[in-house]
Design a protein around this ligand. Structure first.
Ligand code: GDP
Length: 294
């Protein structure tokens, strides 16, 4: 399907509860092997009769005016697969725009019969946190390198993961992959659990050799079944709808605020003064809000 922009006024129904597409988020530091992994998992799933949509979320693409990585070349096999749909990150102008159009794309993909929807966040930062709260299941992909444990991956992100996948468990990297797997397994014992019934799993795969993919998929299915049976998934989805809604409102209002004729001219000056310590952030915010409400 093609990406269709739904007009501002159009009513978008809730995701159809009877369809139960699996909405999974995927994050990982650059070079972890996300595209290789998605290609391996995606090809496995389409061979099993699934329809897979991959939606990239890359807020940096809005500043560079388009998706940095040609997604067709990132996932050459999957992009040729009739049962797969890959959407590069939209350049929505800001994270809010990207989030909104991703939400709309999810609704459309679900309606179009894609039973597995992967939302891939590219680039580190806020988008990972946002996406983690907007999906049924959050998967964190990590490379087997780094020495001192969590190598730049924010602890907060690890806490949000339902499944941690150690990639590149092959060849000379296999011992490192094993070590990282056990490090993460022990580290996760001390992390506050998000779910009452699910303990975050740490698995090993080789996306390159397509090993461990079936086992990982079984874990993902187990997560879905367990959380669905216990009603956690339903609760999570209801929350998701609210989070999507507030995210739209927040970003829309921020946009309106920044473009308000009385606020807009003072933004640069206020930013400058705040960064130079001339006025406090709170005072600057109060000033701009008062301009907005004038
Ligand atoms: P991304 O930036 O997270 O999308 O990472 P890529 O998928 O582009 O992979 C980064 C590099 O890691 C590439 O050179 C891949 O060939 C390599 N790579 C990805 N998966 C594996 C794997 O399972 N094993 C090995 N040995 N290398 C891999």
């Amino acid at each position: 399907i093609k990406y269709i922009s739904v007009s501002e006024s159009a009513f978008i129904p809730n995701r159809n509860r009877n369809v139960w597409s699996l909405l999974a988020g995927l994050s990982g530091p650059p070079g972890a092997g996300k595209s290789t992994f998605i290609e391996a998992l995606g090809k496995y799933l389409t061979a099993e009769g699934h329809k897979v949509a991959v939606l990239a979320v890359d807020p940096s693409s809005s500043t560079t005016g388009g998706s940095l990585m040609g997604d067709k070349t990132r996932m050459p096999e999957l992009s040729r697969d009739r049962n797969a749909y890959i959407r590069p990150s939209p350049s929505g102008g800001h994270l809010g725009g990207v989030t909104r159009s991703t939400n709309e794309a999810i609704v459309l993909c679900e309606a179009a019969g894609f039973d597995i929807i992967l939302v891939e966040t590219i680039g580190v930062g806020q988008s990972e946190y946002n996406v983690a709260h907007m999906v049924d299941m959050f998967v964190l992909l990590i490379p087997p390198a780094g020495g001192d444990e969590l190598q730049g991956i924010k602890k907060g992100i690890v806490e949000l993961a339902d499944v941690v996948v150690v990639n590149k468990a092959d060849g000379a990297l296999l011992p490192d992959a094993r070590r990282i797997q056990s490090e993460y397994t022990s580290a996760l014992k001390f992390v506050r659990r998000r779910s009452k019934i699910w303990r975050t799993k740490v698995t090993r795969v080789s996306s390159l050799k397509k090993e461990g993919i079936v086992e990982l998929w079984k874990d993902m299915m187990q997560f879905r079944d367990v959380t669905m049976e216990e009603g956690e998934l339903e609760v999570k989805r209801r929350k998701q709808y609210q989070i999507w809604m507030w995210s739209h409102i927040e970003h829309h209002l921020l946009y309106v605020f920044k473009h308000h004729p009385k606020v807009n001219p003072s933004i640069k000056e206020m930013e400058q003064k705040v960064s130079e310590g001339i006025i406090t952030p709170g005072l600057a915010a109060d000033y701009m809000i008062s301009k907005f409400l004038e």
